[in-house]
Design a protein. Structure first.
Length: 266
């Protein structure tokens, strides 16, 4: 176990370096984990079945974000028994954004599908839907609860989500209704052009806004959403305050990102 170690991948800047050795998979499925012991066994099996059904080589990366339960022990067990499973881990807990960058940096696939461990968007639907959007020409596909879909979602979460959508459209001029599902697919080749630095969940809007600004094609696709609290429930109002503060920091970095891009284009 990696228990007390710091990050297994320490660089702060995402790069597109490929891990050496062996044949490279076409697809990487990246799953961030924080105290997920209650759902990991069943969802690992669902992920395996879904990946096998896609007819392409693949790997599954579980990213442990300083979990305090048996999460790390379990995913290391998966990796020991299954050569298509890899693990990134750090301790203590550093936040969603830090974990996302760690997994994306470690990914060897040409395509990365990123999904939450709870599989609120069912893997058997989300993976082929996101892959189809990429095949149709998108560089980044964003899974949405609201595009042609009626989500099973508590009212207070709908209110927060809709309010956050209005804020992100105002701040980032984004034509994306739902930036925060955590279910996205993209080509790894876009990573060197982007520099998302958020350590919280706001990394998702930062990543999407930078991709849009960099000229990559962003597609939003509706995927059914099932609200499941088996692995725990985020406290909406306290999380919304952190998200708002984090998003304003993203806005400042995004302004610098735009200036630097335009200066380099001259």
């Amino acid at each position: 176990m990696n228990g007390g170690k710091e990050s297994v991948i320490s660089d702060e800047k995402i790069d597109a370096a490929v891990a050496p050795g062996g044949d490279l998979p076409m697809l990487t499925v990246a799953i961030p984990c924080y105290n997920e012991e209650n759902i990991l066994d069943a969802n690992y099996r669902r992920l395996k079945e879904t990946c096998e059904a896609q007819g392409m080589t693949y790997e599954i990366i579980f990213g442990n974000d300083g979990s305090e339960d048996r999460t790390l022990e379990m995913i290391e067990g998966f990796a020991a028994a299954d050569p298509q499973v890899r693990v990134t881990s750090h301790s203590p807990n550093r936040g969603a954004g830090f974990t996302y960058r760690e997994m994306w940096r470690a990914a060897r696939g040409e395509i990365i599908i990123h999904m939450d461990a709870d599989l609120a968007m069912p893997a058997e639907v989300a993976v082929p839907t996101l892959l189809a959007a990429l095949k149709d020409g998108a560089d980044l596909a964003v899974g949405s609860r609201y595009v042609g879909i009626k989500a099973e979602y508590p009212l207070k979460r709908v209110i927060f989500s809709r309010g956050y959508t209005m804020l992100t459209r105002l701040l980032f001029n984004l034509d994306v209704v739902d930036t925060q599902t955590g279910f996205i697919g993209f080509y790894k080749r876009i990573l060197p052009a982007l520099d998302p630095r958020s350590d919280g969940f706001e990394i998702l809007v930062e990543f999407i806004a930078q991709a849009n600004e960099a000229g990559f094609r962003v597609a939003e696709v509706g995927i059914p959403w099932i609200h499941d609290t088996t692995s725990g429930e985020t406290e909406v109002w306290s999380e919304s305050i952190k998200m708002l503060a984090g998003t304003m920091r993203v806005k400042r970095r995004f302004s610098r990102f735009k200036r630097e891009r335009r200066k380099n284009e001259r």
